[in-house]
Design a protein around this ligand. Structure first.
Ligand SMILES: [Fe+2]
Ligand SMILES: [Fe+2]
Length: 175
């Protein structure tokens, strides 16, 4: 039968984000292992821990709907993960990979933020106040993470190779 209720849509979107959060556990592990900066590594590890809590909140919502948690592959997040795989073919330097990851992580946070905002809207329309509360807690974590990543990105200094060479040449000049 065709889908025709907000409730069904809500459940569908819950399964989608449930799958996304599981994929992101792996992606955050991967980025933490690729990171060379202690603070950045820590940020990924901290958000991984939060992500586990977010999955638990989704478990609770499924339970409140009388459903067992189920994941439905999220092509949106899979696409972002694939984008990274394609980028790796460029063989980026560790420093550039670090900078790329900070940007990729921001893309996923924006995706999650929009997904959770929609879920909150649907849960509100369905009168599921407990679900609204749980989803809002997660939304706040995603927003805080995006802000942290933005700050990390703006402080991140990538040395341009040409500039570095020029500086080296200048250093070599006799005084
Ligand atoms: Fe998340
Ligand atoms: Fe997130």
């Amino acid at each position: 039968m065709a889908m025709d209720t907000i409730e069904e849509l809500f459940e569908h979107e819950l399964k989608d984000i449930y799958s996304a959060e599981h994929s992101l556990l792996e992606a955050l592990d991967q980025m933490a292992s690729e990171s060379q900066e202690k603070d950045i590594k820590k940020a990924y590890q901290q958000h991984r821990k939060e992500t586990q809590g977010q999955i638990k909140r989704l478990d609770k919502i499924f339970k409140s709907l009388g459903q067992s948690p189920e994941a439905e592959t999220c092509p949106g997040i899979e696409g972002l993960i694939k984008e990274k795989k394609v980028f790796m073919r460029e063989k980026p330097s560790p420093e550039l990979l670090e900078f790329y990851n900070i940007g990729a992580a921001q893309k996923t946070e924006r995706y999650e933020i929009t997904a959770y905002e929609s879920l909150i809207d649907m849960a509100g329309k369905l009168g599921l106040q407990d679900a609204v509360g749980l989803l809002e807690e997660t939304l706040q974590e995603e927003e805080a993470t995006l802000n942290k990543l933005k700050a990390i990105a703006s402080e991140f200094d990538v040395e341009d190779e040409d500039e570095a060479e020029m500086e080296d040449e200048q250093d070599e000049q006799p005084v």
